[in-house]
Design a protein around this ligand. Structure first.
Ligand SMILES: Nc1ncnc2c1ncn2[C@@H]1O[C@H](COP(=O)(O)OP(=O)(O)O)[C@@H](O)[C@H]1O
Ligand SMILES: [Mg+2]
Length: 279
């Protein structure tokens, strides 16, 4: 669905590239988490996937990105937006309307969706993220978690095949963060939407993402099935990525020679693992 081939990108005037020879493929229906320390190039990689780089941010672009077969360099942002929807880091800046319903409507109108289809699409999108009851609320009166859901509903109304999100839980408390991820997992499983999410909270990625990509100073350090990637706990810590404690513990047990078949990604799995070893 997304094919990033040997992409190197430097923002205009920057001393070093923000992305340096990055190649990775995201299959249709995948759920990919992108992680790495601040400045590693996570947002830039996301922009390369949705065409914001190089269409909006100018600079030196080498390599190729294909989105559902289309070369992003040669396809307009408008055309790309029929395939990929984006929730940017600053949700407040992304909102254009004063009320929830209008926010969802606006995108549909802008997209040229026939007028008689719009009410049903608004209903569907609000129901999909579980905020039908917020329909007439002023966006300014909503909590961070609720705003995040409105931003999601507004892009889901466009029925994208790919959804990319930049740190969607950055401003949220743990409970709302989990809600957002469980919603993404649901959309991914039920509607088959391909999800790419930049996230700092490794615990959430370890639980919900199928695959993980780790960026380190613009280079792709790891990309693979989440447990395979988390198995490199020591190196991830060196890069500046915190690994869930359950995983660190499993790595320690593994390194001590205990039979660790599958690394634990959360507390329940760690308990299972330890009980297995004790037995
Ligand atoms: N608009 C920009 N202009 C110039 N340099 C930028 C711009 N945005 C990001 N950068 C630089 O590119 C690198 C990667 O940034 P970014 O992709 O935002 O990293 P992350 O999202 O992982 O924090 C950093 O060195 C950052 O300073
Ligand atoms: Mg960023």
């Amino acid at each position: 669905m997304i094919d990033v081939k040997d992409v190197t990108f430097s923002y205009a005037g920057a001393a070093r590239p923000a992305l340096d020879g990055v190649s990775l493929a995201v299959a249709e229906g995948d759920f990919l988490g992108i992680i790495g320390p601040s400045g590693a190039g996570k947002s830039t990689l996301m922009y390369a996937m949705n065409g914001v780089v190089p269409h909006y941010h100018q600079g030196e672009f080498y390599g190729e990105v294909r989105l559902a077969g289309a070369d992003t360099h040669e396809t307009s942002l408008t055309d790309l937006s029929h395939t990929v929807a984006t929730v940017f880091q600053d949700v407040d800046a992304q909102m254009v309307a004063a009320e929830v319903e209008d926010e969802v409507l606006f995108g549909l109108e802008n997209f040229g969706v026939p007028h008689d289809e719009i009410p049903a699409r608004v209903d569907e999108a609000l129901a999909l993220v579980g905020i039908s009851d917020l329909r007439e609320r002023a966006i300014a009166s909503l909590s961070g978690g609720q705003k995040q859901k409105v931003a999601l509903a507004a892009v889901l109304a466009l029925r994208p095949r790919v959804l990319v999100l930049d740190e969607p839980t950055g401003a949220l408390d743990p409970a709302s963060s989990r809600q957002v991820f469980s919603l993404l997992a649901d959309l991914n499983e039920r509607s088959g939407i391909t999800v790419v999410v930049v996230e700092q909270k490794i615990g959430l990625l370890a639980e919900y993402a199928r695959r993980l990509a780790v960026l380190d100073e613009g280079r792709l350090a790891y990309c693979g099935e989440r447990r395979e990637v988390l198995a490199h706990a020591d190196d991830l810590l060196r890069i500046g990525v915190n690994v869930p404690r359950a995983t660190t513990l499993s790595c320690m047990l593994r390194d001590e020679g205990f039979p660790v078949g599958r690394l634990a990604c959360n507390v329940d799995e760690a308990q299972e693992l330890i009980e297995g070893i004790v037995a």
